[in-house]
Design a protein around this ligand. Structure first.
Ligand code: PRP
Length: 209
């Protein structure tokens, strides 16, 4: 049985649809209930819904053989997993944003609010810019409005949240999308089954284009 960690939510539903189209369907997953684990014995696959930011933990520790995680989480936490395939879903970008009038003159320490402290630290270290990181857990956009920070480092998808809060992207750090990841020892011991899924998923990625 191959254990697959799926990210709960809208992205996860799209991801499951790809697995289904790839020939790894599990009809019970579509039943309207609160169950979190579903399996199809015939296809030797078991799916479970987990919080998107937890997928990499399940895979790294081997509770899941494979899973789907955002590149943002992989960059932020550097889990010890294999990244097998870009699913070309959940596309967005990690960006620096600030109030439209803000300009970083590089004079004083820049206050940066973010959930992604490692990504922000690495980005500004690369620029040689001194920063003070303020770790938040959500609604990051509020920070510069209330002068808690000068800028934010956050995910931008449509840009609507920024716009509605009078913020704008000042620079893009990295493009983000959903990635198929695998546990390292599963990849060794269930390699054949995993390779087969990857090949079928590659065809689905092409169909998505
Ligand atoms: C993300 C991100 C932004 C928003 C961007 O939040 O933090 O707030 O999406 O999307 P947009 O560019 O399409 O407006 P998410 O909904 O993941 O929730 P969060 O507040 O927990 O980060």
């Amino acid at each position: 049985m191959l254990n697959v960690a799926l990210p709960k939510g809208r992205l996860g539903e799209k991801v499951y649809a790809m697995f289904e189209a790839a020939g790894y369907e599990c009809p019970s997953i579509k039943e309207n209930n609160r169950k979190l684990i579903f399996e199809n014995e015939e296809k030797q696959v078991r799916y479970f819904w987990v919080k998107p930011s937890d997928v990499a933990i399940y895979v790294e520790r081997g509770a899941a053989d494979i899973g789907v995680a955002g590149k943002d989480i992989l960059l932020e936490y550097s889990p010890d997993v294999y990244e097998l395939l870009d699913l070309n879903l959940g596309k967005c970008r990690m960006a620096v944003a600030a109030p439209t009038h803000f300009h970083d003159d590089g004079q004083k320490t820049l206050k940066v609010a973010t959930k992604f402290t490692n990504i922000a630290a690495n980005y500004y270290a690369g620029l040689g810019r001194e920063i003070d990181i303020i770790k938040l857990n959500g609604s990051i956009e509020i920070a510069p409005i209330l002068k808690l920070s000068d800028v934010i480092v956050d995910i931008v998808e449509t840009g609507t949240t920024l716009k509605e809060n009078n913020l704008e992207v000042k620079s893009t750090i990295v493009p983000i999308s959903a990635r198929l990841i695998a546990n390292k020892s599963s990849f060794k011991f269930k390699g054949e089954a995993i390779e087969k899924i990857v090949d079928s998923m590659k065809i689905q990625v092409k169909n998505n284009d």
